[in-house]
Design a binder for this molecule. Sequence first.
Ligand code: ZN
Length: 149
Amino acid sequence: MSQQQDVKKDLCQQLMTLYEMRLRTFVKWPFSAPSRCTAERMARAGFYRIATPECPDAVRCFYCEKELDGWDVNDDPVGEMRRHAPHCRYQDLPKAYDDMSVEEVLSSEAERHIQALERSHAAWQARVDSASQELLREIDRQIERIQGK
Ligand SMILES: [Zn+2]
């Protein structure tokens, strides 16, 4: 991703911390009351729409960046977030970003970035561990080959 794309994504992420901005992304959303996943409930749960022609109902959580699609009329946005992204702490915040002071938002954003770094580090560590194991197996295979087994 280019630096310009990074800046654009960061700016978009910052705007999506606001409920009204998230709600605006749900243009022609196929679910309305009495469905459990109306545009309002989706936006309140932290989602904004990232529709593509292949996935017209794709959404992303602004807080943990989890992407979900394939919504059903009975899906509960908060329940789906808890099921697919149990690490997401957005639902546990004492109040919505819109109702927080600047200090509270900054504190929450710091926490959110720390969690993202921890997830990224864990994924990187898993890749390093996997590559190390593969390397050890390859060394064993080469030793066996050299020893003529
Ligand atoms: Zn989330």
